[in-house]
Design a protein. Structure first.
Length: 81
């Protein structure tokens, strides 16, 4: 079974298991809206791929500004946590 991280966290929430709040985003605007819903930063933007080592490959970024669009455009589909 191949699940993205955001899909696994949705399953955790469905069964009452603790999971951090996050949003899957496909556009820069969605990423900025997700950051606003979460509240004060910093935020973590993660690319969603079926592979290990995302952090080492540059697919996980901590951002201090809601201007996550630059990072999202580089990573494609992403989640904001």
């Amino acid at each position: 079974m191949n699940l993205h991280e955001y899909q696994a966290k949705q399953l955790f929430a469905r069964y009452g298991l603790p999971a951090p709040v996050g949003y899957a985003c496909t556009t820069p605007r969605e990423a900025e809206e997700a950051a606003s819903k979460i509240g004060a930063g910093p935020w973590v933007v993660k690319c969603q791929v079926h592979a290990g080592g995302r952090g080492k490959a540059g697919g996980v970024k901590v951002v201090n500004s809601k201007k996550t669009s630059v990072l999202l455009q580089k990573t494609g589909s992403a989640s904001v946590w």
